[in-house]
Design a protein around this ligand. Structure first.
Ligand code: F6P
Length: 319
């Protein structure tokens, strides 16, 4: 009998979800599966916002950020009674296979859902924070980094014209990955991330000296998860280093934008492996990408091991 498969996007959207939806529909049909979209994440699953998908639903979306089927952070899905309703809705459509694009929180909900209702699923790591244990890459990260790169390059133009320090705050929740990579690839003077303890006093003398030697401006990239806020860092520049400062909180622009080639290709591969895994009877896996390639990991391993920033990257910033 033909099997029905559904996909949903959960948590913060990423650029790359639309290319993933396109591949999902096309590869499902190619494998004789009937594809369904679940709209607005777990919320849509609870509210029975589920529709059969076809080629025409994914035409012209590969170049668009966001997600055509919507996303949500569902508080209701944390409650068992709503997960039971979710399962009943899947049963109405005879959906036995599920793909979830999301981050750590979304996977925790999925883990619980599987324990209670045994719906076969594959998780696809999708968050600009890049903070999911077991995978080196999460969908959307490359586009976010490119959005940040574009912003920093633009800010540099005005910073250099004015003799100012710019504090640029990146997203990432409690993870400093976006800030760290942006620092290494944009040549900023300072990078502060939650994973590394710092003391601003250590930079004071050096920065003052650099100004005396002719430095006109500073770029400081700070992750949103550090203990101090960007205003405090900017005040430090003014009071202790002696340079006028401005703050740029990049915010949600990091989540949007035309998906890069890397994210389109990663979306294609993640979804291909996800569907292959389900067809090979991998019931509760997350498709991960590491230095040795794609690999299925159990949801239990993924949600129960703490995420750690690559030690090589930490070494680079500390040196
Ligand atoms: O999706 C991840 C993320 O963008 C984090 O980097 C950030 O802390 C958070 O989501 C913002 O969430 P919201 O869009 O709900 O404000």
């Amino acid at each position: 009998m033909k099997q029905n498969i559904a996909i949903l996007c959960s948590g913060g959207d990423v650029s790359g979800m639309n290319p993933a939806l396109k591949r999902f529909v096309e590869y499902s049909l190619q494998n004789n599966l009937t594809p369904y979209f679940i709209y607005d994440g777990y919320e849509g699953l609870i509210d029975n916002n589920i529709k059969k998908a076809n080629y025409c639903d994914v035409a012209g979306i590969i170049n668009r950020g966001g997600t055509k089927i919507g996303s949500a952070r569902s508080k209701r899905f944390m409650q068992a009674k709503y997960r039971t309703i979710a399962k009943q809705n899947l049963d109405i459509f005879n959906i036995s296979l599920l793909i979830v694009l999301g981050g750590d929180g979304s996977f925790r909900g999925l883990h619980q859902f599987y324990k209670e209702h045994k719906v076969k699923f594959c998780g696809v790591p999708s968050t600009i924070d890049n903070d999911i244990s077991g995978t080196d890459y999460c969908l959307g990260v490359d586009t976010a980094l490119n959005m940040i790169k574009f912003s920093i390059d633009s800010i540099r133009d005005t910073a250099s014209s004015f003799k100012r320090a710019f504090v640029i705050e990146t997203m990432g929740n409690k993870c400093g990955y976006l800030a760290l990579i942006s620092h290494l690839t944009s040549g900023s003077e300072l990078c502060l991330i939650p994973e590394i303890t710092y003391d601003l006093n250590d930079y004071e003398q050096k920065f003052r000296q650099e100004i005396n030697n002719g430095r006109r401006y500073f770029i400081a990239i700070v992750a949103e998860g550090i203990t101090q806020n960007s205003t405090e860092i900017a005040e430090w520049f003014e009071k202790k280093v002696g340079i006028e400062s401005r703050i740029n909180i990049l915010g949600h622009l990091q989540r949007g934008g035309n998906p890069t080639v890397k994210d389109r290709l990663m979306a294609y591969k993640f979804i291909t492996y996800a569907i292959d895994g389900l067809l090979e009877d991998r019931n509760e896996s997350v498709i991960c990408y590491t230095k040795s390639g794609f690999d299925y990991k159990t949801i239990d391993t993924v949600v129960n091991s703490p995420y750690q920033l690559d030690s090589e990257l930490i070494k680079f910033i500390s040196s």
